[in-house]
Design a protein around this ligand. Structure first.
Ligand SMILES: [Zn+2]
Length: 248
């Protein structure tokens, strides 16, 4: 049984190469990983992945665009509210939980800044907030960042109503929404298909991150039951997965 999946940053030779952090996500088989609720399971799973539980920093997630700078683990013991963590402290392992929302891993090989974000439809735009924060804190240049857009509910499964579709078209551009004519003809109230990946690619391009620095892993959490999925498993029973980033 596989507990986690890892992705290699564009430009890195291999997952977890000496210069690059490893970007990981626990799978449904690892069990629920919600911070503050599933502490014992988190500690067990992180240890199995060679991550010291005390090095992991986490948040109380609120679907915001709030990103924290982590200098040490102590301020995160109380799980402050927010949806992203950036750091240059190589002893820390920033983490968020997801189950249909998108995990976004970030790494700047020039300043050594790395982190992970929780980006669902409400929080879309948090990647821009993270790049702005890295610029303010460390003078990081957005174009140097390597970015991984992780598994999330994709347009194959992510149908939404007219209001959300219009909001995305207006805010992130027409490429982020497609109309499913069959659903529309059938009178379905959610006939629009949303692409969180397209929205984030547009945001990254707008910040000057080259397309070749961005990896879209292409996986859909609602299609593939190795992942936890709010929509597939239901709001009461879905499996929070931990997305984390570790320098080694
Ligand atoms: Zn799907």
């Amino acid at each position: 049984m596989t507990n986690a999946r890892f992705y290699a940053f564009p430009g890195s030779e291999a997952v977890g190469s000496a210069r690059y952090p490893r970007a990981g996500i626990t799978l449904a088989a690892a069990g629920p990983m919600k911070a503050g609720r599933d502490g014992e399971n988190r500690a067990r799973v992180f240890r199995s992945l060679a991550v010291a539980p005390d090095s992991v920093v986490a948040l109380t997630q609120i679907h915001s665009r709030i990103v924290h700078v982590a200098e040490s683990a102590a301020p995160f013991r109380g799980l402050p509210e927010g949806d992203g963590i950036l750091t240059r402290n190589r002893d820390l392992v920033p983490s968020v939980t997801v189950a249909d929302c998108m995990p976004i891993w970030l790494f700047d090989p020039v300043t050594g800044c790395f982190g992970v974000l929780h980006s669902g439809w409400k929080g879309t735009g948090i990647v821009r907030a993270a790049l702005e924060l890295a610029r303010e804190e460390w003078g990081a240049v957005s174009g140097n960042f390597r970015v991984i857009l992780g598994p999330h509910i994709r347009s194959c499964c992510y149908t939404v109503d007219a209001e959300r579709a219009e909001f995305f078209t207006r805010t992130f551009g027409p490429a982020t929404v497609s109309t499913d004519s069959a659903l529309l003809a059938a009178g379905n109230r959610w006939p629009y298909r949303l692409s969180l990946a397209e929205a984030n690619k547009a945001l990254l391009a707008g910040q000057g991150v080259p397309a070749e620095h961005v990896l879209d892993v292409g996986e859909c959490t609602a299609c593939d039951n190795v992942f936890g999925s709010n929509r597939r498993e239901g709001p009461e029973a879905f499996t929070h997965m931990a997305a984390f980033i570790q320098m080694r």
